[in-house]
Design a protein around this ligand. Structure first.
Ligand SMILES: *[C@@H]1O[C@H](CO)[C@@H](O)[C@H](O)[C@H]1NC(C)=O
Ligand SMILES: *[C@@H]1O[C@H](CO)[C@@H](O)[C@H](O)[C@H]1NC(C)=O
Ligand SMILES: *[C@@H]1O[C@H](CO)[C@@H](O)[C@H](O)[C@H]1NC(C)=O
Ligand SMILES: *[C@@H]1O[C@H](CO)[C@@H](O)[C@H](O)[C@H]1NC(C)=O
Ligand SMILES: *[C@@H]1O[C@H](CO)[C@@H](O)[C@H](O)[C@H]1NC(C)=O
Length: 464
């Protein structure tokens, strides 16, 4: 019985779908004919309008672009759901055992739906997507469409290009200065407007954590602000450099209100509520003092002495890309090497700590191109930040950026990179794709499933 009923049931369902398809196609045809008129300039009597795509008015002599645009979107959505429905119907047919027994009519159904419905629908879908509609905006015509995305006046002021006062070119050879913000700011409009809500010249809120959250989520660079940053109540002068490198700084020099801890002692690895998880123990100087100078049991732990020995006297400046309190930079300083240390305040005052030690923190996220020129750095050291969690394509972009800033003959020191054993080949390929000279290369087990990889690689000359 069921076998007999089944095709009938399907058939009526498919007929129902055809009706929807036809309905949609009617809409498409009517929209596309409207568009043809539109692109033929039928509705445009004013040539200027054609030129100025960003500033298209919402209504052209009775032609409502806004509603056209929303209608097209509606059609696109409808078609997408319909396509999905049809595809799942075909999958259902495929699963049906009758099909394999050779019920010709069912096979024909399937073929018919695939060839006569899904394929045309798909190509119509694509065609519709390729139609370029002018950008539709509210309000005033402007040069930069982003400006009117924001309501807060201070954001608009910031991102409006500033013309030079004398009307000539400036030292950059440009007529204007363009302040930039990350495009991610658009999707975080509310938070950015909160961040930019202040009285000019007054004290800012103590909201670096809001700023950092914006940066991490792609609103990077952030706009500058015209309010005064708060400092801690009693800022003590930092310790002299012969002491500051290896001494926990004075806790009064940090504003603690946005951390779980209220002083440096609380950041100890023994405290389960310390508020950060990476580089556990890096606020304890006894532990930090051992790093990169004492032999460990792991072959993946290289010593600074050995790394610098590869290029004696040649390594003078570099970047430490990781999460930490600047210990690598402190050690390198003792070898007269200047290291800039990247830092984000992820649950603890990493930037403040590095700076109070007398070292340079570089406040950057993973999102941005590094602020160094091509072929300039002698060394890039990385530890504790990029591990097996990182997306391979993202990592590829980052590694190519590192390659860009590293000078020929410069060293890339990958220090205790860890990942799942099964992913090791993928990551090894990523590091080896640049064909750097291998000075050191070691892999050691971290746990049952995870491994450490350390490498000291030298960028070859690229004289092209
Ligand atoms: C094949 O499909 C027809 C309807 O076209 C149906 O009557 C028949 O029962 C099906 N055959 C089998 C073996 O299911
Ligand atoms: C555009 O106008 C609509 C209503 O007229 C409003 O809801 C929306 O917020 C406006 N968008 C912008 C970017 O001003
Ligand atoms: C650091 O240097 C200052 C003078 O520059 C000296 O008075 C002080 O004793 C030194 N501290 C240590 C720990 O060496
Ligand atoms: C580390 O071990 C090597 C030999 O494996 C030895 O030559 C070196 O002196 C040791 N360094 C330290 C600081 O113990
Ligand atoms: C660093 O530079 C100082 C002064 O130029 C020098 O006295 C010292 O020996 C150097 N240290 C190393 C490890 O090269």
């Amino acid at each position: 019985m069921r076998i007999l009923c089944f095709p009938k049931y399907r058939f009526s369902k498919i007929l129902g779908m055809f009706q929807i398809v036809l309905g949609v196609l009617v809409v498409i045809v009517s929209v596309s004919s409207l568009l043809r008129f539109y692109s033929a300039g039928f509705f445009m009597h004013n040539e200027d309008i054609c030129k100025q795509f960003y500033g298209v008015q919402d209504v052209y002599e009775g032609f409502d672009v806004v509603s056209l645009s929303s209608r097209v979107n509606e059609v696109l959505d409808k078609m997408l759901t319909l396509q999905e429905k049809l595809e799942s119907t075909v999958q259902g047919l495929e699963k049906n055992k009758d099909l394999s027994k050779g019920n010709v009519s069912m096979l024909e159904y399937k073929k018919f739906i695939e060839e006569e419905v899904i394929q045309p629908l798909y190509s119509a879908h694509i065609t519709l997507r390729q139609i370029r509609l002018p950008r539709v905006e509210n309000g005033t015509t402007s040069e930069d469409p982003l400006i009117n995305t924001f309501v807060t006046e201070e954001i608009k002021k910031y991102i409006t290009p500033k013309e030079n006062r004398v009307g000539k070119k400036n030292i950059y050879g440009s007529e204007k200065i363009y302040n930039t913000i990350g495009h991610g700011c658009v999707s975080m409009k509310e938070q950015l407007q909160t961040y930019m809500d202040y009285d000019i010249g007054s004290f800012c809120k103590d909201d670096w954590n809001v700023a950092q959250n914006l940066m991490i989520k792609g609103c990077d660079p952030l706009p500058r602000r015209r309010c005064l940053t708060r400092a801690s109540k009693l800022y003590q002068k930092p310790y002299p450099i012969n002491e500051s490198l290896w001494r926990i700084p004075d806790g009064r020099n940090v504003r603690w209100s946005n951390y779980l801890c209220r002083n440096f002692e609380c950041l100890s690895s023994k405290n389960p509520k310390r508020g950060y998880s990476k580089c556990t123990g890096c606020f304890e100087m006894e532990k930090e003092k051992l790093k990169w100078v004492t032999n460990t049991s792991l072959p993946t732990d290289f010593l600074i002495k050995d790394a610098l020995g590869v290029k004696p006297g040649e390594i003078r400046i570099g970047l430490d890309f990781g999460i930490g309190t600047g210990t690598f930079a402190a050690r390198m300083r003792e070898h007269n090497v200047t290291i800039v240390t990247t830092a984000l305040n992820l649950g603890a005052p990493f930037n403040e700590m590095i700076a109070l030690r007398g070292l340079i923190p570089l406040y950057v996220t993973l999102n941005q191109r590094l602020p160094f020129f091509d072929n300039t750095m002698d060394l890039i050291h990385t530890t504790g930040f990029m591990d097996g969690w990182i997306d391979l394509q993202l990592m590829d972009f980052i590694l190519f950026d590192w390659d860009r800033i590293l000078r020929p003959g410069g060293l890339l020191w990958i220090d205790r990179f860890f990942c799942n054993r099964k992913d090791l080949d993928d990551y090894m390929y990523m590091f080896l794709q640049f064909r750097y000279k291998k000075h050191k290369w070691a892999i050691s087990p971290k746990s049952k499933d995870e491994v450490f990889l350390s490498a000291l690689l030298e960028k070859p000359p690229r004289s092209l």
